[in-house]
Design a protein around this ligand. Structure first.
Ligand code: SAM
Length: 285
């Protein structure tokens, strides 16, 4: 009866359910967005606390199950179900998000939520353990990666609880964790595409120096193309002696990160680096 492709593992342990609901700290004025409600074990615990709950569910059988479960209760009017794939949908307004979805959509879901406007108060998200640990990893942690930096640029991230496989029916193959996201409001004034473009290069080999990563020919070609466009648009004449490799190394030296390694740099380091690139007219898109 459960659809493995849709990651249908139902949360059975009421302690875990209650722990998530408690951490969500739902107020009577809040609109809750629940992604992947399944049979509604979390839904029924949240709906009486909220002003309204919007559930996004891909499986019509699950949606029917959930409808049945609240039918005839006082909460029935507060529930609306949107049928479909959360990644392909326009999200409605919400204050708090709670989600327990298949692990394939973890990364797109995090960034879909963080790009949603207006910003929400917080999100409680169940993820595969390793993915959750990547989200919260700090500089120097073995799991610190581009995902950690991108997520922590836009949100405060906290590991809330470990959830073992046996809390689910049927049990999944992997261990899970719940994390809490709180968007930084207002968001930092960073062009996310530029930011991510730069991070991709820094993290190509996260334990190598930036100077080494930025000597890659395809990287230099890309930066040179973008630089020429930038110069053309801003009426800047290219010097005869122009050398992209030297210019890039000059930026790294000036920012003080030529010998730094991505694995050890924090958000402020990356912000300083991006500003220094921009000051020299170097762009990542
Ligand atoms: N929240 C319930 C619980 O904790 O017991 C069920 C969780 S179950 C792990 C995942 C649910 O997400 C399933 O009901 C599945 O049909 C639904 N789902 C899977 N992919 C989805 C998607 N892309 N968009 C919306 N719902 C999805």
């Amino acid at each position: 009866i459960f659809n493995k492709d849709l990651g249908q593992h139902i949360l059975k342990n009421p302690l875990v359910v209650n722990g998530i609901v408690e951490k969500a700290n739902i107020k009577a004025t809040d609109v809750v967005l629940e992604v992947g409600p399944g049979t509604g074990n979390l839904t029924v615990k949240m709906i009486d606390k909220a002003k309204k709950l919007v559930a996004i569910e891909m499986d019509p059988r699950m949606a029917a199950e959930l409808t049945k479960r609240v039918q005839g209760t006082a909460e029935q009017k507060k529930l609306s179900i949107m049928l479909g794939d959360v990644i392909k949908m326009d999200l409605p307004y919400f204050d708090v998000c709670v989600s327990n979805t298949p692990y394939q959509i973890s990364s797109p879901l995090v960034f879909k939520l963080l790009c949603h406007r207006p910003l929400f108060k917080c999100a409680l998200l169940m993820f595969q353990r390793e993915f959750a640990l990547r989200l919260v990893a700090k500089p120097g942690d073995p799991l610190y990666c581009r995902l950690s930096v991108n997520c922590q640029l836009l949100a405060k991230v906290e590991h809330v609880m470990k959830v073992g496989k046996n809390n689910f029916r049927p049990p999944p193959k992997v261990e899970s964790s719940v994390i809490r996201l709180e968007p930084i409001n207002p968001p930092p004034p960073v062009d996310f595409e530029e930011w991510d473009g730069m991070l991709r290069i820094c993290f190509m080999r996260k334990n190598k120096t930036l100077a080494a990563n930025f000597k890659t020919q395809s990287v230099l070609d890309m930066l040179e193309r973008n630089y020429k466009t930038y110069c053309a648009l801003n009426d800047i004449c290219l010097m005869d002696a122009f050398n992209i490799k030297e210019l890039v190394q000059q930026v790294l030296e000036e920012a003080g990160f030529a010998e730094s390694r991505a694995a050890k740099m924090d958000i402020h380091d990356y912000m300083k680096l991006l500003v220094t690139f921009h000051e020299k007219g170097l762009h990542f898109r």
